[in-house]
Design a protein around this ligand. Structure first.
Ligand SMILES: Nc1ncnc2c1ncn2[C@@H]1O[C@H](COP(=O)(O)OP(=O)(O)OP(=O)(O)O)[C@@H](O)[C@H]1O
Length: 479
């Protein structure tokens, strides 16, 4: 692929989080991050023992984002939290956890803007700060976390609740749309929600803003950039005390958002990465060149067997395509789940929970789930549509990175496969590859058995810790 095109403005995913109008919901069966059930027992899913062995190697390599020179004990975390972390099976901090935590825990508190690759444990980094600062004797909101989707808010709440399980009396609550909780007061130490609902609750004084001392924006570039969410986050901040600790985390911070981020979190400690540091070694990026738009579906069908061996996510551009694709897959006799902002909250909760548990193996979705969702068993991400800006024309490299980051979590491996079917989609993918200075490998579709064999080999080989050169040889058939 050519790498001659210059980077353009980047950032806004095609689909925004749903409009919110109502009150908080129970977290229900939110995933317990890092302690969720092990993979779904497929031959493509790594056993926990294999992951452990490889993780130890990765965490000992200073060039790896999972490396840390210090232990959690050395990071001055309370006994209760250390117990929580160990319960979650965290042995050593990742680089972002090791770097961010001392800065976050400093007194007086400092703001922070922090960037780290997808799946490297940003949630735990900001959650440990929150839990370290909560005063359990005061049952009133002290920390507020905002996320772009209800699924991500529920997931983060699950992590904080799990991590703080040994903090006697700790109360956490979701603040996501739930008509049954519309007039309920939020009596908890930590609230995690979506901006619209939180703003509504703050305005109606159902959340006491005077006791809040920490505000975290997860997926902060998305939260500050997107038209609706950006306004809502700014309004939420305006309703809080002036001297709170403001913490912004994301895997991506495009330049135009960084400027606003600096205003939103002034005098922050900043941890950032260069473009070419953003891709994750464990995610093997492939593309498939398809003749016509119509053949995209036929090609997708051929991958179904591989998709169900572990768990997979298929990303499409619009809600309509998600619905149509689901119907067509079902007509073909395949079992798939579909989630987009068009569905009601409880239905969305049911579907994401089914996907987390492995009951549903293939999930068709839009950009609403492109960010933050952590389902460790996902070994394949398919970009049925190349991620683009809302106009459908310009490529959206940030969203590409977040989408493919749904696999390869914390040292695991995965395959990201993008469909290109015409000149425009080819150019869009080309732009993305050059933006991240990364090589994408083509798949030769003339022999499907060979394709299947190759993808299985990719996953097995990187599991065994093969070098990038050896991996490339497998993909190109030279191994
Ligand atoms: N120190 C650790 N040791 C082992 N596993 C960890 C550690 N920290 C986090 N994890 C696990 O790594 C996975 C990814 O973490 P998390 O979802 O916080 O990533 P992230 O950096 O927020 O990713 P994204 O950019 O996609 O939002 C989770 O399953 C989490 O439980």
């Amino acid at each position: 692929m050519s790498s001659s095109e210059a980077p353009a403005a980047v950032g806004v995913p095609a689909e925004t989080a749903p409009t919110e109008s109502v009150a908080a919901a129970e977290v229900g069966a939110a995933q317990l991050d890092g302690s969720g059930p092990p993979g779904n027992g497929s031959e493509l899913t790594e056993t926990e023992a294999e992951v452990e062995v490889k993780l130890a190697d990765l965490q000992a390599d200073p060039n790896n984002p999972l490396f840390s020179a210090r232990s959690f004990e050395e990071l001055k975390i309370s006994e209760e939290l250390l117990k929580g972390i160990h319960q979650m099976n965290f042995r050593k901090p990742s680089k972002i956890q090791e770097k961010a935590l001392p800065l976050l825990l400093m007194n007086p508190p400092h703001n922070m803007i922090a960037q780290s690759q997808s799946g490297t444990g940003k949630t735990a980094a900001f959650s440990l700060n929150i839990l370290s600062r909560v005063d359990l004797s005061l049952v009133a909101p002290q920390a507020l976390v905002l996320a772009p989707s209800r699924e991500l808010a529920r997931q983060i709440l699950g992590v904080i609740t799990h991590m703080g399980q040994f903090m006697t009396g700790l109360k956490t609550l979701p603040a996501i749309p739930d008509p049954s909780k519309r007039n309920t007061r939020f009596e908890a130490h930590v609230l995690v929600g979506t901006p619209g609902t939180v703003m509504d609750m703050l305005r109606r004084k159902l959340i006491n803003s005077s006791t809040i001392k920490i505000l975290v924006l997860d997926e902060a570039d998305n939260m500050l950039d997107q038209q609706g969410l950006g306004d809502q986050c700014t309004r939420v901040k305006a309703l809080l005390n002036k001297n709170i600790q403001t913490v912004l985390f994301s895997a991506t911070f495009p330049p135009h958002v960084i400027q606003y981020a600096n205003t939103f979190a002034p005098q922050a400690n900043v941890l950032t990465l260069a473009h070419d540091e953003l891709t994750i070694e464990g995610i093997k990026q492939l593309y498939i060149d398809i003749d016509k738009d119509n053949d995209k579906f036929a090609t997708l069908l051929k991958f179904y067997g591989l998709m169900t061996q572990a768990s997979s996510i298929i990303f499409v551009r619009t809600r309509k395509t998600a619905e149509v694709l689901e119907q067509r897959m079902v007509q073909e006799g395949h079992k798939v789940a579909q989630l987009s902002g068009a569905l009601e909250g409880p239905e969305r909760d049911r579907i994401i929970d089914q996907f987390r548990s492995g009951e549903a193996k293939v999930l068709i979705t839009t950009n609403v789930l492109a960010r933050g969702i952590d389902v460790q068993s996902v070994t394949m991400v398919i970009n049925y549509d190349v991620p683009t800006m809302p106009d459908g024309k310009g490529a959206d490299p940030e969203t590409y990175l977040h989408r493919i980051g749904r696999t390869g979590r914390f040292g695991r491996v995965g395959v990201a496969l993008t469909f290109v079917h015409d000149k425009q989609s080819w150019q869009q993918l080309n732009f993305i590859a050059s933006y991240f200075k990364t090589d994408l490998h083509p798949i030769d579709t003339s022999d499907w058995d060979a394709v299947e064999d190759m993808i299985q080999k990719v996953i097995r080989s990187s599991r065994a810790g093969k070098s990038t050169e050896e991996m490339t040889a497998i993909i190109t058939g030279e191994a």
